[in-house]
Design a binder for this molecule. Structure first.
Ligand SMILES: NC(=O)c1ccc[n+]([C@@H]2O[C@H](COP(=O)([O-])OP(=O)(O)OC[C@H]3O[C@@H](n4cnc5c(N)ncnc54)[C@H](OP(=O)(O)O)[C@@H]3O)[C@@H](O)[C@H]2O)c1
Length: 407
């Protein structure tokens, strides 16, 4: 800790010296028999899970917070159903592991952990505690401790390639032309003073310590995720959904003209799974964001075209109006309001700079070339699909004109 109580991020990043590479090499081209996945009750990992089921024959061992395997399976099943992800072979292909990222060995007895380590061929560490308002120390055990424990699994009994989902948010203080390319050295100064991003920064540093020790890792930094590009299902509690629904409910939206990132979750999952099975990926960092620009001002225009009435206001006026008018019990924007007062939130929303679009993606584009995996734009049609899904989910009232014609 530094004297003013803020975490010294580089100092916080340590990796148990017992976590060391094993002498045998890894072969990522060999079809895996067993995959370990964290976060399968969440948004991104649901799509990663569905993709792994589709693209491999492997059994997926999914770490899940639950009292037992059956309860864990039920949580995973409900989550897949929420996103309408089909998994007919669920009972045979998914094996829940009831455990907690916060605990050493995920809270498993040593023998069970070792047995798991013996079974697993490859690890996807996607799970993380997300909160834009919780302090660093509240999130540290799950996000930093959990990363160490998954790396422990990667290096116990036999070596396993390890794929880590990080966040482009840890680079959000980069300005255009300053850097922020995939292989640039991490810089704590570029990480916003937001506990969640700080834990992601430290966790990534921990993974980089593992890489420097010779452990085979890949790092997938992802931007701001939105629902899937084909069917529009999304996490209605995430950042973009809360802003979109909250603006419509309140009748006020931010008039922001700079581009921000919105990356469909199905692209993210496909890219992570594809890259993970390319031998050339090992040891590398990838930036998964949407090259097609979108602005909040443009989104509010689409929302108005769809038949809602949302007045555009300059950013600070918008925040003040939401604070004054939005019902704290009803409006999903309310819990985000303290976050909007942190200066970097402006960068995330595209107020000051095209923050995410300042970051480099050349290595990632080269690695995905020829894969057929492209990030689709978030356009008017897709925004309208998201709106309809929010209505279907009971999170948004239909636009008045929808009674007579669908958008
Ligand atoms: N969403 C975004 O826009 C975004 C952007 C950049 C990076 N990311 C990264 O992408 C990854 C997935 O994010 P997401 O949006 O899918 O998050 P999410 O929907 O909140 O899912 C988080 C997952 O992590 C699990 N988890 C949290 N704490 C845990 C613990 N102590 N033990 C075991 N599991 C735990 C959750 O389990 P429970 O269901 O039990 O809570 C859930 O399955 C994260 O690493 C995140 O940092 C996300």
């Amino acid at each position: 800790m530094s004297v003013i109580g803020l975490p010294d991020l580089d100092h916080e990043a340590t990796l148990d010296p017992q976590i060391q590479p094993l002498p045998e090499g890894v072969d990522v081209t060999k079809p895996p028999r067993s995959i370990f996945l964290t976060g399968a009750t969440g948004f991104v990992a649901a799509y990663v899970l569905a993709d792994l089921i589709d693209r491999t024959q492997a059994t997926i061992y999914a770490l899940v917070r639950a009292s037992n395997e059956a309860a864990g399976m039920e949580r995973i099943r409900k989550n897949l159903e929420h996103y309408r992800l089909r998994c007919p072979e669920m009972a045979t292909r998914i094996k829940p592991v009831a455990g907690d990222l916060k605990q050493p060995l995920f809270g498993l007895p040593q023998a069970e952990f070792n047995h798991l380590a013996e079974e697993i061929d490859v690890i996807f560490h996607v799970g993380s505690k997300l909160s834009y308002i919780a302090p660093y120390h509240f999130l540290k055990d799950a996000n930093v401790g959990g990363t160490q424990e998954t790396l422990r699994l990667a290096t116990t009994c036999r070596p396993k390639p390890y794929h880590f989902v990080s966040s482009l948010g840890i680079l959000l203080n980069y300005k255009k032309l300053e850097g922020g390319h995939e292989e640039d050295e991490l810089d704590a100064e570029k990480c916003p003073e937001v506990g969640y991003f700080q834990t992601k920064y430290v966790a990534e540093r921990v993974v980089r310590i593992a890489r420097a020790r010779g452990i085979p890792v890949t790092i997938h930094r992802i931007g701001l995720i939105v629902g899937d590009s084909e069917r529009g299902y999304s996490n209605t509690d995430d950042f973009v959904a809360r802003i979109l629904i909250g603006c419509i409910q309140a009748g006020y939206g931010p008039d922001i003209r700079n581009a921000m990132d919105m990356t469909p979750v199905d692209f993210i999952a496909r890219a992570i799974v594809y890259l993970a099975f390319q031998p050339a990926s090992l040891g590398h960092v990838f930036h998964l964001l949407n090259p097609a620009p979108i602005t909040w001002g443009g989104i509010i225009d689409i929302v108005n075209e769809a038949g809602y009435r949302v007045e555009k206001l300059p950013f600070h006026h918008w925040i003040q109006t939401i604070e004054e008018h939005a019902d704290p019990d009803e409006n999903p924007l309310h819990p985000l309001l303290p976050f909007f007062h942190i200066s970097f939130a402006g960068r995330m929303l595209g107020i000051n700079e095209n923050a995410y679009h300042a970051l480099g993606t050349a290595d990632t584009q080269a690695a995905l070339a020829g894969s057929g995996i492209h990030c689709p734009p978030v356009d008017e049609a897709l925004i309208n699909t998201f709106l309809m899904r929010f209505v279907d989910a009971g999170r948004l009232h239909p636009a008045p004109q929808w009674a007579t014609s669908a958008p």
